[in-house]
Design a protein around this ligand. Structure first.
Ligand SMILES: [Cu+2]
Length: 120
């Protein structure tokens, strides 16, 4: 009996997730989440899924490219943040202000650009 009474409680777990999904569409929700504190705990994005972004800064010495990105396949909201790149030679191909589509992979806890293509 008590087990049956408890069953519906599991549905309540869906409510916060649903609310988050609904909020994700609003710009306010995106900016509210735009701090980078949680990056280390983000789960890995779906392989091959492309996100859009604009290259803001190239730091070849640090091996980082800062991208103003739209919402990511891993659920990260739009924000500007640095990424590692898979191939250092890409620093010679990317330029600041360039619009790109790119895919990411979590490489030992560092979100790394695995692929990019210019958007015209
Ligand atoms: Cu981000």
């Amino acid at each position: 009996m008590s087990a049956k009474l408890r069953q519906p409680r599991s549905r309540h777990l869906l409510a916060p997730a649903l609310a988050a999904l609904l909020l994700a569409g609003s710009p306010l929700a995106a900016s509210a989440n735009a701090d980078h504190a949680g990056h280390g705990t983000m789960h890995a994005p779906a392989a091959g899924a492309l996100a859009e972004g604009v290259v803001k800064k190239l730091d070849k010495a640090a091996g980082r490219v800062t991208i103003a990105h739209g919402p990511l396949p891993n659920g990260m909201p739009a924000m500007t943040m640095p990424f590692a790149v898979k191939d250092a030679s890409w620093f010679g191909q990317l330029r600041e202000g360039q619009k790109i589509r790119f895919s990411l992979e979590d490489v030992k806890g560092v979100l790394t650009v695995q692929h990019f293509e210019a958007v015209k």
